[in-house]
Write a new protein. Structure first.
Length: 427
């Protein structure tokens, strides 16, 4: 029996798709356990580049069962567009399964996402920076027990009743609270009934699939969307997502127990990036930040937004090691930093009161008062994309990696030296 959880360790966009794709080649089941189409994974497979938002990264392997777990919120329109796009490129998607318990994103979720964001920004001056795809409102309905699930989507009699009951409430909110335009609920029902007809063949009990595969000695891979600092509890609240992208989310978002997790691999970058608002202690608002952004291709998979860039933050990484129980790290994009004369690593934070913090602050207010305490490390030169072993890397690059391991308290066993699937060194 063997199972692995892959999680992001920073604010997302760490290159999880590539690491998951590599590991999915040896997996029997790949599970997506949280988030929605607000997340994006870029997978480079041979000469092809795939942008995945809802489909698990193992979808490229026809013999690998790809499961969308109960913890995911599914926009059926987006999912079908993604399936059709993959089919047009020769990927059948017949290996896809969707847990019947997964909640679905309705059109009012997308509308309320935008209206609520605008309202809260006016009232508080705080803009969380959501993608506007209805993720938060869908999770809100799930917690409020008025959500519509995949089971309902493929049973028209259930769908019709729920669209009427929930839709009437949402229309009142949209019209009376925000001054928006109500939805034609009959049209919504017909649209979503058609989605259900197409998706019915994929519906399954995800918990049973994952449990049976594990008990049968098969390799199960749980892929996390987004990242640790976007977790609703342990991230930079309120600039977070609405679910649990940490390792524990794999259990609650799939329906398997924690004893069925054998290893947890955290994916990060050799520097730090962030999308959206909120404090970012090591952010580089200068030409060097622009250089790293352009060289690293730091633009959102889902939104295309430029990512904020900064130096590697070991305080963040130690936080990720702790809350995820990481057994190993996979750090990407060491090639991006090649040629920079001096590299900086944040080893601690200094508060406005002069206090030195080794651990990540609990609140946003505390984090906003922190400035990074840096350690400088001599940079390395040369094109390292052709390196296949740790020993082939420049000595100064190896020294940088070794120091990151020491500061983070976790071994770096996977080293990314390029964009391609093959541009990885295993230690």
């Amino acid at each position: 029996m063997s199972s692995s959880v892959i999680v992001g360790t920073q604010w997302g966009d760490e290159g999880k798709g590539k690491i998951i794709d590599i590991m999915a080649a040896k997996a029997d089941v790949v599970v997506r356990s949280s988030g929605g189409n607000n997340a994006g994974h870029t997978v480079v497979h041979g000469s092809e580049v795939y942008k995945l938002h809802l489909l698990p990264s193992g979808i490229l392997y026809p013999d690998t069962i790809c499961l969308i777990g109960s913890g995911v919120v599914v926009d059926p329109k987006v999912l079908l567009e993604e399936i059709d796009g993959m089919k047009s490129r020769g990927v059948s998607c017949d290996n896809l399964r969707i847990d019947a318990r997964a909640d679905i994103i309705m059109p009012w979720h997308r509308e309320l996402d935008k209206l609520e964001e605008e309202f809260k920004a006016k009232q508080t001056g705080v803009n969380v920076g959501t993608t506007g795809r209805g993720i938060g409102p869908c999770y809100t309905d799930k917690a409020d027990r008025v959500g519509i699930r995949m089971y309902d989507l493929v049973h028209p009699e259930c769908l019709k009743k729920l669209v009427k009951n929930t839709g009437e409430l949402k229309n009142l909110m949209i019209e009376k609270v925000y001054g928006g335009k109500a939805f034609d609920l009959d049209a919504v029902y017909e649209e979503y009934k058609a989605y259900g007809e197409r998706l019915a063949k994929y519906i399954a009990d995800g918990s049973v699939i994952a449990f049976d595969a594990y008990k049968a000695g098969k390799k199960v891979l749980f892929e996390g969307a987004q990242a640790t600092l976007l977790d609703i509890d342990f991230g930079t609240y309120p600039f977070v997502t609405s679910s649990h992208p940490i390792a524990g989310g794999a259990c609650v978002g799939t329906g398997i127990g924690p004893k069925m997790i054998d290893e947890v691999i955290g994916v990060g970058k050799s520097y730090t990036t962030r999308v959206g608002n909120g404090p970012f202690p090591t952010e580089l608002n200068d030409e060097l930040g622009d250089l790293i952004r352009n060289r690293g291709g730091e633009f959102g998979t889902t939104t295309g937004r430029p990512r904020r860039t900064g130096w590697f933050d070991a305080v963040i990484m130690r936080h990720a090691v702790r809350v995820n129980g990481l057994t190993a790290l996979a750090i990407n994009k060491f090639d991006t930093l090649a040629g920079i004369p001096v590299l900086k690593v944040c080893t601690a934070y200094e508060t406005t009161d002069g206090e030195i913090l080794k651990d990540f602050p609990v609140t946003l207010e505390e984090l906003a008062k922190c400035k990074p305490v840096y350690e400088e490390i001599e940079g390395y030169d040369g094109d390292i994309t052709g390196c296949k072993t740790f020993e082939e890397l420049p000595e100064k690059c190896r020294a940088y990696i070794t120091r990151l391991e020491e500061l983070c308290g976790c071994p770096i066993t996977i080293i990314g030296v390029g964009a391609g699937r093959e541009d990885v060194i295993f230690r």
